[in-house]
Design a protein around this ligand. Structure first.
Ligand SMILES: [Fe+2]
Ligand SMILES: [Fe+2]
Length: 178
């Protein structure tokens, strides 16, 4: 498998979360309240899976290795755009997380911020994912030899393996502190 295989598989799961977020938006519109359990799980997914695990592999491994290649102006420009989009997604995720925290503390006005953040995320992700899937991932693989691609795939697996242990170590450390 090419290293973009796991990244594209991750895109498909992110799309399923986007569908769930859209359903949540409709529900909030009807009921004027959010489901706190859903919000908790959705924030965790976007923060840890979509950002830390998925954007993490893109930025820390794929983009890092691409930066060592003699890239075309077009590909260099797309990487800049993608990095900027990841940044904006992080800001939206942060505002969803803050909104969720306030909402769970009983601040019903935070519902507006939650709706804004989810609305932004559901319009952002499909466009970002399509750009990577259709214009970027496959063409940039041609900068790498088969050996480099195999090494990258291996590093992706290593990244995921480290991440799950770091995540749960973090959970225990936070619980120990409180
Ligand atoms: Fe991305
Ligand atoms: Fe992606």
């Amino acid at each position: 498998m090419m290293p973009i295989g796991p990244l594209m598989i991750e895109h498909r799961l992110i799309e399923r979360m986007i569908r769930l977020l859209k359903q949540q938006l409709e529900k909030v519109g009807r009921q004027k309240k959010a489901d706190p359990v859903f919000l908790d799980v959705a924030v965790d997914f976007i923060k840890n899976y979509a950002d830390r695990c998925h954007h993490g592999k893109e930025e820390d491994i794929l983009f890092r290795d691409l930066a060592k290649k003699g890239l075309s102006d077009e590909h260099r420009a797309i990487i800049e755009e993608l990095l900027d989009e990841h940044d904006r997604a992080r800001k939206a995720t942060k505002s969803l997380l803050d909104g969720k925290e306030r909402y769970l503390m009983g601040d019903t006005a935070a519902l507006n911020d939650i709706v804004d953040a989810i609305t932004w995320l559901v319009s952002f992700y499909p466009i970002h994912i399509e750009k990577e899937d259709r214009q970027f991932f496959l063409p940039v693989m041609s900068y790498f030899t088969k050996q480099e691609q195999d090494a990258m795939l291996q590093e992706f697996y290593e990244f995921d393996r480290n991440l799950i242990h770091a995540t749960y170590r973090g959970i225990i450390e936070r619980m120990e502190r409180t």
